[in-house]
Design a binder for this molecule. Structure first.
Ligand code: ADP
Length: 485
């Protein structure tokens, strides 16, 4: 396993085409969450290294911006092929540092490649406009140009694909990048540097810096060379970054927290809803921003749904991601387990009924039992807070209006899901839900072809879809006069 992953295990930062250590020589240990053992250490870089990476990206931009869309498209296609050729090794690396099952890790790496391929195609379609002119002797053009140096900060739950959604459109648009992966899972991010080198992406186009989040983040947000910040992570940190980026009026894209509701109506196909619920709840051990946080089930099918969801949850195989057939790995660390325990204790104290699970798993470490809690109420903390763990609270509702109101009663607005067999209801509910993404009779909807992103405090901008490249482009209006026509 380690052997497979080792070809991408970089213990250095990539700045201006060189693999380097932090100026101070300081490092951060990286731990395998399934074993608690140290995998290795990465540089603890700070302000100075980040500034050098930004300056390298600025130099690289001078020539990279002049490459043709076709050239960049071909680079991205080579990158796609390199990811797929090394899918197993990259998945092994991802499982080792993040904990998710090898099946999910392979899926994530495949998704990274799919995003890169999508943006290889979009690179060639950043069309501008020629606008009918109100003046007889002038012509109006609208061009799209790369914004310049972009900075990307990514989380530990999808350390590979979250970068694909940022590096892909950046390269497609002709931008250069400085990226900072999460300290818990830096290797999948550093692997992007190795892959970029391998496929001949010019030096300085992709720079990868690991280390002190606040220091690196401050430099990325305040350095005037950086023209755009793209971030995936918590709403709390997103707000800090938006404020800091304001000092130099950077573009910002934010993929922040969610509090996804999952509605099941009396007229739904219950077995299908349970199948969707398992995916929408337990993927990545519940540690995704689109994971269901709140199940709302109509009174007529409530008991049946709870029973079937509990049975399906109980059947999930928990274990180290590298073991065959494992469906749920450990949580990222002990802090995550403590939060889940607190939320369960809070619910139990307020009348919640633990139908299955509810405790740390017998495997120890940060493994946790898939948990279903019935009789959930709006007074319980998980009605408002992101759980980020394998806990499924099930609330009961009576009417459609009540369900939509409950679903919308949150400052978040990322993903939501609902199940119904009634077409009219499907449209009414879909139109009533204030969310950036809606799954109707589907529990897993992410794909490169569609725009991923939220409304309200879940974020700004979209990743994927034809919209996914927009934030990496500036619009330039050109008026050509004196044509003597
Ligand atoms: P999570 O709760 O998923 O760990 P965070 O928002 O804390 O989400 O972290 C997401 C990313 O943001 C990580 O790469 C983390 O290191 C980085 N980060 C955390 N705090 C800051 C900060 N003050 N400035 C810049 N980046 C930060």
């Amino acid at each position: 396993m380690l052997q497979k992953a080792s070809q991408f295990l970089r213990q250095a930062n990539l700045i201006d085409g060189e693999w380097v250590q932090a100026d101070s020589g300081a490092t951060i240990d990286v731990v395998n969450p399934a074993t608690g053992l140290k995998i290795g250490a990465v540089p603890k870089a700070g302000k100075a290294e980040t500034r050098r990476a930004i300056e390298a990206a600025e130099r690289a931009f001078l020539t990279f911006r002049k490459t043709s869309a076709l050239e960049r498209s071909k680079m991205l296609r080579r990158l796609h092929d390199a990811i797929m050729d090394n899918q197993d090794a990259l998945a092994a690396l991802l499982t080792m540092e993040q904990g998710k099952s090898l099946t999910e890790a392979k899926g994530e790496v495949g998704a990274s490649a799919a995003y890169v391929l999508w943006f290889a195609e979009e690179a060639r379609r950043t069309y501008g406009d020629v606008i009918p002119s109100p003046w007889p002797d002038r012509r109006i053009l609208v061009n799209k140009e790369p914004v310049g140096v972009i900075a990307a900060i990514t989380p530990w739950n999808f350390p590979s694909s979250m970068l694909a959604r940022k590096i892909g459109p950046a390269i497609a648009a002709g931008c250069t990048a400085v990226v900072k992966p999460a300290s818990q899972t830096p290797y999948s991010g550093l692997a992007w540097g190795a892959l970029a080198e391998e496929v001949g992406i010019p030096k300085g186009v992709v720079n990868v810096v690991t280390g002190a989040a606040g220091e690196i983040g401050d430099e990325l947000c305040t350095n005037p060379i950086v023209k755009k910040i793209t971030f995936t992570g918590s709403t709390e940190v997103g707000k800090i970054l938006i404020q800091k980026a304001a000092s130099t009026v950077k573009k910002v894209s934010m993929e922040l927290g969610g509090n996804a509701p999952f509605l099941v109506f009396d007229d739904a196909d219950i077995d299908r809803a349970v199948e969707g619920a398992v995916t929408a709840k337990y993927r990545n051990s519940g540690q995704t921003c689109v994971c269901t946080n709140r199940f709302y089930v109509q009174a007529g099918v409530y008991d049946a749904f709870v029973e079937k969801l509990a049975a399906a949850s109980k059947k999930l195989k928990v274990g180290p991601g590298v073991e065959d057939g494992v469906q749920q790995g450990p949580l990222i660390d002990d802090k995550a387990v403590e939060k889940v325990e607190e939320l369960i204790a809070d619910a139990a104290a307020k009348g919640g009924k633990v139908v299955t699970g509810g405790k740390r798993h017998e495997l120890g470490g940060s493994f946790f039992q898939p948990t279903v809690i019935a009789d959930a109420t709006t007074k319980m903390r998980f009605a408002k807070e992101e759980i980020f763990g394998p806990v499924a609270p099930v609330f009961k509702f009576k009417t459609e209006e009540e369900a939509v109101a409950l679903a919308n009663d949150t400052e978040y607005g990322l993903a939501c899901y609902f199940y119904t067999g009634d077409l009219g209801r499907a449209f009414r509910v879909m139109e009533g839900l204030k969310y950036g993404m809606v799954g109707v009779n589907e529990g897993l909807i992410t794909t490169p072809e569609a725009p991923f992103g939220g409304v309200k405090e879940s974020g700004l901008g979209r990743e994927g879809g034809h919209q996914g490249i927009d934030d990496y482009l500036d619009t330039k209006y050109v008026c050509i006069g004196g044509l003597g026509l």
